[in-house]
Ligand binder design. Structure first.
Ligand SMILES: Nc1nc2c(ncn2[C@@H]2O[C@H](COP(=O)(O)OP(=O)(O)OP(=O)(O)O)[C@@H](O)[C@H]2O)c(=O)[nH]1
Ligand SMILES: [Mg+2]
Length: 450
């Protein structure tokens, strides 16, 4: 997972100071030395690190901290706030043209992920924002480029505008926008060609497209794995072309994270989206605050909630919450829940977003077996209606029948029934906790219960 080294180091540094009742200037100095090293090791730009450490230090030795009852906590809060500020503070929104279509140019070096991100972004715009995008094949140089975009379009059932490779990209862009107006597309996403290095021919072509289409956004797509290089590329594209935002791809890889932390400070342009995989749904809006919390090991509860909200059927979730409260949750509901959870995506990814999960040693090695879920589903499906409503009816002959019907073993049936009982117990406790905390105004259920 990205940021692992940085997260580990920062977390162990702040751990030392967390519970301290008194913090001296020497403590702060020592801590800042470690923060500085951690950031440099994560390949964060040298000047960015220097400014960051200076800002945090100034605030940390200030009156508000030294006099507070929980100086350790205060300092962590400051680090969190400054990390957030470093990455741009607020989440930045995607532009909307006052007169549609909104035109977005995707630019960047070869292999950065422009074409893939174009598809992902179109998918996100449609799914999350209810928009109707048109993809434009503007890379006429790489032999398979047009085909690649068309394949993605087919996969997403999304229209792709292409004029082949004998028409100039500028002309393609012009006609695409006309076509978008005609067909009432509200977004036009122009995929452009990449080069190995920033070169003049490329820049000139991009400038021409920019001049003609007057785009609302120019998104520079950069590969997070390239670290400092990504930052340099961003700087030079920004100087020559004027970008409006950055999409950082391949954050699912083993990147140290330096690019995410430096780009904003160096270019003054926000990271708008992050790519987290090759699949078409692996693009997320970038939230500086959430990313900072994630790096500091506070978990990414908000992203989890958002995921749950877009994937889980609201009505069903409410119904289930009610059932949990009244403890009338049945095996049928359990089955339903499994279906909903599956919609959220791979379970191990979800687990990593839970607060504190980063500290569970070996979590990265856990492979949650999606097959297991299939087995559980099969077992429940083999039960009669009565059995699902009242598992206490279960005796050994029923269990044998169910095992046979689902192609599993009696031991597995037993395990499932035990898990179901445990889950019910846990739900009772959790809803109890939530009720109590509500009165006090604390503890909130981090996500729709499942
Ligand atoms: N793991 C991972 N792979 C990605 C991500 N984004 C893109 N890729 C992969 O990176 C490779 C290059 O992506 P493309 O979209 O073809 O890159 P491009 O910038 O269009 O490349 P050119 O057209 O050659 O300039 C592909 O194999 C993608 O699947 C990401 O967020 N995570
Ligand atoms: Mg491409």
């Amino acid at each position: 997972m990205a940021f692992e080294g940085l997260a580990d180091r920062l977390q162990s540094t702040i751990q030392k100071i967390r519970g301290k009742g008194k913090v001296s200037e020497a403590d702060v100095k020592e801590m800042m030395r470690e923060v500085r090293l951690a950031l440099l090791e994560a390949d964060v730009n040298f000047k960015v690190v220097k400014d960051f450490v200076k800002k945090v230090s100034e605030r940390a030795v200030g009156q508000e901290v030294m006099k507070s009852l929980t100086p350790g906590q205060q300092i962590i809060k400051i680090v969190n706030e400054e990390l957030t500020a470093l990455m741009g503070g607020e989440q930045s929104k995607i532009a909307v043209a006052s007169r549609p279509p909104t035109v977005i140019m995707m630019v960047g070096l070869q292999g950065a992920g422009k074409t893939t991100t174009s598809g992902k972004l179109a998918n996100l715009l449609r799914k999350k924002y209810n928009r109707k995008p048109l993809l434009v094949a503007g890379d006429i140089y790489r032999p398979a480029a047009i085909k690649q975009l068309e394949t993605l379009g087919k996969q997403l059932d999304m229209p792709v505008f292409s004029l082949g490779d004998q028409v100039s990209p500028v002309e393609i862009a012009r006609q695409a926008i006309a076509k978008a107006k005609e067909d009432h597309h509200d977004y036009v996403l122009i995929d452009t060609a990449g080069r190995l290095h920033v070169d003049e021919a490329l820049m000139n072509e991009l400038k021409d497209i920019k001049e003609l289409t007057n785009p609302d956004e120019i998104f520079l797509v950069v590969d997070a794995m390239t670290g400092q290089d990504a930052v340099n590329v961003a700087q030079s594209f920004n100087e020559q072309l004027g970008i409006t935002g950055v999409v950082l791809t391949k954050l699912d890889g083993d990147t140290r994270g330096g690019a995410a932390l430096s780009i904003r400070a160096v270019t003054e342009k926000p990271i708008k989206f992050v790519g987290l995989g090759e699949k078409m749904d692996a693009l997320e809006p970038f939230h500086p605050e959430r990313m900072a919390s994630r790096i500091l090991g506070m978990g990414d509860v908000l992203t989890l909630i958002e995921k749950a909200q877009t994937s889980i059927d609201e009505e069903k979730a409410k119904e289930l919450e009610q059932k949990m409260r009244t403890a009338s949750f049945t095996l049928d509901d359990f089955l339903d829940q499994l279906g909903q959870v599956r919609k959220l995506g791979p379970l191990d990814e979800l687990l990593k977003m839970m607060p504190g999960a980063g500290k569970i040693k070996g979590l990265n090695n856990i492979q949650i077996d999606e097959k297991q879920i299939g087995h559980v589903e099969a077992i429940i499906r083999s039960m009669t209606k009565d059995e699902k409503l009242r598992p206490e009816l279960m005796n050994s002959s029923r269990k044998r029948r169910i095992a046979k019907g689902s192609g599993r073993t009696v031991a597995e049936v037993n395990r499932l029934l035990k898990q179901f009982e445990d889950m019910k117990k846990m739900m009772k406790q959790m809803t109890g906790m939530q009720q109590k905390a509500k009165k006090k105004g604390g503890f909130k259920f981090p996500f729709k219960p499942f």
